[in-house]
Design a protein around this ligand. Structure first.
Ligand code: ATP
Ligand code: MG
Length: 712
C-alpha cells in the first residue's frame, strides 16, 4: 500500500510518494512531474492531464480547467462570475444555483459539476501514481490553500470520494511547505529553545500565500498566514496579453480579444516569454505565426516593461508580505530567513520586494515546485501505518474565526453565541458545550471577520431525540464542536447524561473522591450553559487534555456523581448515582453532496473510467494493426529484410492487401471495435510471419552447420 501526497495546483498538480528510503515525486505518462490541472472531452473519450492541455487550443470549448477556483461555490458568487469572464468553456447555472460545466462528450451534451470534473483530474493523478508505483492507491493527503473555507474543503473531499480516494487529511499548502522544510533541517533549535521563525512566500498561478512558522527540533507551529487568493502568475499573463493585444491592434489591425482561440494562443506564448524574463533582463521576442487572419505577429518586451505594467500587482504582493509580518507580531530581525516556493516567486520583482522588506535574500532551500506535494506525502506517511517516518509535531492554525450560536430553549435557557475558534487557534481542536435541554435544538456555525467567500454561514446542526427526564426537567446535553484534521468545522457528537441511582459497597476513601466529584459537578452545573471544556484532539501531540467525558459509539456507563454514607464501621453502604451517557443523533445541514449523490457520481465516474479504458484498448489495437502494415510493407520491399524470402507474385499480392488494409484503416475501418482490429492483425500476421520464419531459418542454417562442423 502506497501513501501519496497530492499538490492540487491551479495550473499544475504534483504527486509525491513516501517510501522507506524517502520522498519521491512521481513522473506522469509523459515523463513529466507536473500534470496540468486540465481535463477535456471528445467524441470518443475523456482526455486528462498533459494530453488535455496539449489539445486545448483545438478543443477550447471542451477543455476544462481552473476547477480549484470553482468548487464549493454557487454560480452567482461574484468570485465565480469574475472567473467566468476568463474561462473559454461553457458554464451554466443549474439546480439550486449550482455551477454546471457544459461540454460535448461522446457526441452528446453533458453537464458536469466542478466537483465531478475535479474528480476526473484526481482519477488521472490516482492512475499516474498507481502506474508508477505498480500498486493500487487509496490513502492520500491532498493540499488546499490555507484560505479555503468549509464549503470548498468539503467540495474537495466530495471530489476525492468520487475518485475513490481516501483522504487522510486535507493539508494546508502552507503547512505542507513548512513540513517539507522542517523535517530535513538538521540545525533547528532544541525543543525548549527559542524557535527559529521562517517566513515563506508561495506565489503560484492564481494565488499568493505568505506565512510564518516557528521551528524547533521535531516540531513546527504555524504563527501567521496572510493571503491574496486572487494574485498569481496568471494575472501577469493577462496583463502582458492585454499589452500585446493593444500593440497588435495598432500594428496589424487585428483584435485578438475578439478571437478566443487566438487569445488563448497569445496567453500561452506570453507565459513562455514571462518565464524567460525571470532569467533575462534584455529585450525578448514574442512571435506567433498565423496568429489571426493569416497574419504572423511579432513584438518585443523587456523585463522592466513588464515590471511597469504589473506594478499594481507587485504593490499587492508587498501589502500581503507586510500584513503577514504584522500578524506574526515578530520584528524583521526575529525572522531567521525567507523561503520562496511556487512558480511565480521566481519573478525578480517579487524577490526584490522580499529583500526590501525583510532585509534578506530569499532562500530556495526547498524544491519550489514540489515542496507542497512532498509535504503532503510526509504527512500522509505520518498518518498511515503503511510507512514509518520520523515523528514531527505539526501545529496548524485556523485561518478564520468561527462562532457558534444556539437556540433558546422553551424552558428559559437563553440563546447564545460564542467565538468557539478565534483566528490562529490551533487545529484540529474540539470544544465541549454543555446545555440543559428538554427538546431538540439547533446549533449554527458562522465565520466572523473577512473571508474570501460570499456566505459566512457554515452550517446548522439539529441535536435530536432530547426529552425531559423522569421528573419532567431538562437534561444535561454535551455537544462537541470541532475543527477537524481537514480544517472543516463540524458538530461531531452530542450526548445526553441521564442520572440513575444504584447501591454498592465501597470503602471510605473512594467515597471521599466521589464526594469531591459531586462538588465539581455541581460547580459545573452552576455555570452558564456555555460551559466549555477544551478537549484537545488526540492527534495533537502536545496539547492539554482537559478530558471531557469521552462518548463512545454505544451507550456507556460512567461513574460520575457522588455518594453518601449509610451504616457504620469499615464497611460502609453507599447509595451511588451513576451517569448514563446516551449518544444523540445529529442532523447536519451543511453544503456538499449527500452520500446518495456521491454514490451516484462515483458510479458515473467508474463508467467513464471503463469507457476510457475501452477506448484506449481500441485505439491501441488499431495502432498495432497500422504499425504492422507499415512494418511489413517496409520489410517486403527491402533486400536486407524479407524481399528475397517471398516469391515476386506473392509479394505483389501481399502488397496490394497491405495497401487495401491501410485504406480501410483510414476509411470505414476508422471506428471499429478492438476485436475487428485484432482479427485483421492476426490474419495479416498469418501471412507475414511465415516469411519472417523463412528468413530466420535461413540465417540460422550456416551457423548450425558451422557448429556441427566444429563439434566433429
Ligand atoms: P496555485 O498555487 O495558485 O494553485 P500552482 O501551484 O499550479 O497554482 P505553481 O506551479 O506554483 O502554481 O506556479 C505556476 C505559475 O508560476 C504559472 O503562472 C507560471 O507561469 C509561473 N512561473 C513558473 N516559472 C516561472 C518563472 N521562471 N518566472 C515567472 N513565472 C513563472
Ligand atoms: Mg501552488
Amino acid at each position: 500500500m502506497s501513501v501519496i501526497g497530492i499538490d492540487l495546483g491551479d495550473e499544475s498538480c504534483y504527486v509525491a510518494v513516501a517510501k522507506a528510503g524517502g520522498i519521491e515525486t512521481i513522473a506522469n505518462d509523459y515523463s513529466l512531474r507536473a500534470t496540468p490541472s486540465c481535463i477535456a472531452f471528445s467524441e470518443k473519450n475523456r482526455i486528462l492531464g498533459v494530453a488535455a492541455k496539449n489539445q486545448q487550443v483545438t478543443n477550447m470549448k471542451n477543455t476544462v480547467y481552473g476547477l480549484k477556483r470553482l468548487i464549493g461555490r454557487k454560480y452567482r458568487d461574484p468570485h465565480v462570475q469574475r472567473e467566468l469572464k476568463i474561462l473559454p468553456f461553457n458554464v451554466v447555472e443549474v439546480a439550486q444555483g449550482n455551477i454546471g460545466i457544459k461540454v460535448n462528450y461522446l457526441n452528446e451534451e453533458h453537464i458536469f459539476s466542478p466537483e465531478q470534473c475535479l474528480a476526473m483530474l484526481l482519477t488521472k493523478l490516482k492512475d499516474i501514481s498507481s502506474t508508477a508505483l505498480q500498486t493500487p492507491i487509496n490513502d492520500c493527503v491532498i493540499s488546499v490553500p490555507s484560505y479555503f473555507t468549509n464549503n470548498e474543503r468539503k467540495a474537495l473531499l466530495d471530489s476525492a470520494a468520487i475518485a475513490g480516494l481516501n483522504v487522510l487529511r486535507l493539508f494546508n499548502e502552507t503547512t505542507a511547505t513548512a513540513l517539507s522544510y522542517g523535517i530535513y533541517k538538521q540545525d533547528l533549535p532544541g525543543p525548549e529553545d527559542k524557535p527559529r521563525n521562517v517566513l515563506f512566500v508561495d506565489c503560484g498561478h492564481s494565488s499568493l500565500q505568505v506565512f510564518v512558522c516557528a521551528f524547533n527540533k521535531d516540531k513546527l507551529r504555524m504563527i501567521a498566514t496572510a493571503s491574496d487568493p486572487n494574485l498569481g502568475g496568471r494575472d501577469v499573463n493577462f496583463i502582458l496579453a492585454e499589452h500585446f493585444c493593444k500593440e497588435f491592434q495598432s500594428k496589424y489591425k487585428i483584435d485578438a480579444r475578439s478571437n478566443p482561440r487566438a487569445f488563448l494562443r497569445l496567453l500561452a506564448e506570453v507565459e513562455k516569454v514571462k518565464k524567460q524574463m525571470s532569467a533575462n533582463s534584455t529585450s525578448l521576442p514574442l512571435n506567433i505565426e498565423c496568429f489571426m487572419n493569416d497574419k504572423d505577429v511579432h513584438a518585443d518586451i523587456k523585463r522592466s516593461d513588464m515590471e511597469q505594467l504589473c506594478s499594481h500587482l507587485f504593490q499587492r504582493v508587498e501589502g500581503t508580505l507586510k500584513q503577514c509580518l504584522d500578524q506574526s507580531g515578530l520584528t524583521v530581525d526575529e525572522i531567521h530567513s525567507v523561503e520562496i516556493v511556487g512558480g511565480s516567486s521566481r519573478i525578480p520583482a517579487i524577490k526584490a520586494l522580499i529583500e526590501k522588506i525583510f532585509k534578506k535574500v530569499p532562500s530556495t532551500t526547498l524544491n519550489q515546485d514540489e515542496a507542497v506535494s512532498r509535504g503532503c506525502a510526509l504527512q500522509c506517511a505520518m498518518l498511515s501505518p503503511a510507512v514509518r517516518v520520523r515523528e514531527f509535531s505539526v501545529k496548524d492554525v485556523q485561518n478564520y474565526a468561527v462562532s457558534v450560536s444556539w437556540d433558546a430553549s422553551s424552558d428559559g435557557e437563553a440563546s447564545g453565541e460564542i467565538e468557539a475558534f478565534p483566528v490562529n487557534h490551533v487545529v484540529p481542536y474540539s470544544k465541549m458545550l454543555t446545555f440543559y435541554r428538554q427538546e431538540p435544538f439547533s446549533i449554527r456555525a458562522l465565520y466572523t471577520g473577512n473571508i474570501p467567500y460570499p456566505d459566512k454561514h457554515i452550517g446548522m446542526w439539529i441535536v435530536k431525540d432530547i426529552r425531559p427526564n423522569s421528573e419532567g426537567k431538562p437534561q444535561k446535553v454535551k455537544v462537541k464542536v470541532r475543527i477537524n484534521l481537514h480544517g472543516i468545522m463540524t458538530v461531531s457528537s452530542a450526548s445526553l447524561f441521564e442520572a440513575k441511582e444504584s447501591c454498592e459497597a465501597e470503602n471510605g476513601e473512594e467515597n471521599q473522591q466521589q464526594q469531591q466529584q459531586q462538588n465539581n459537578t455541581q460547580q459545573q452545573q452552576n455555570q452558564n450553559p456555555t460551559e466549555q471544556q477544551n478537549d484537545v484532539d488526540a492527534t495533537m501531540a502536545d496539547g492539554v487534555n482537559n478530558a471531557a467525558p469521552e462518548v463512545g459509539s454505544s451507550t456507556s456507563w460512567t461513574k460520575k456523581i457522588s455518594a453518601w454514607f449509610s451504616g457504620d464501621g469499615d464497611k460502609e453502604k453507599k447509595k451511588k448515582q451513576v451517569m448514563k451517557s446516551i449518544e444523540l443523533p445529529i442532523e447536519s445541514l451543511t453544503a456538499g453532496f449527500s452520500q446518495v449523490e456521491i454514490n451516484q457520481y462515483t458510479e458515473q465516474e467508474f463508467k467513464m473510467i471503463a469507457a476510457d479504458r475501452q477506448e484506449k484498448e481500441r485505439a491501441d489495437a488499431r495502432n498495432a494493426l497500422e504499425e504492422y502494415v507499415y512494418e511489413l510493407r517496409g520489410k517486403l520491399s527491402s533486400e536486407d529484410e524479407l524481399s528475397q524470402f517471398i516469391l515476386d507474385n506473392d509479394r505483389s499480392i501481399l502488397s496490394v492487401q497491405l495497401d487495401d488494409m491501410e485504406n480501410w484503416l483510414y476509411e470505414e475501418g476508422e471506428e471499429c471495435n478492438r476485436q475487428v482490429y485484432q482479427d485483421k492483425l492476426a490474419e495479416l500476421k498469418s501471412k507475414g510471419e511465415p516469411i519472417q520464419t523463412r528468413k530466420v531459418e535461413f540465417e540460422l542454417r550456416p551457423i548450425v552447420i558451422e557448429d556441427f562442423a566444429k563439434s566433429l
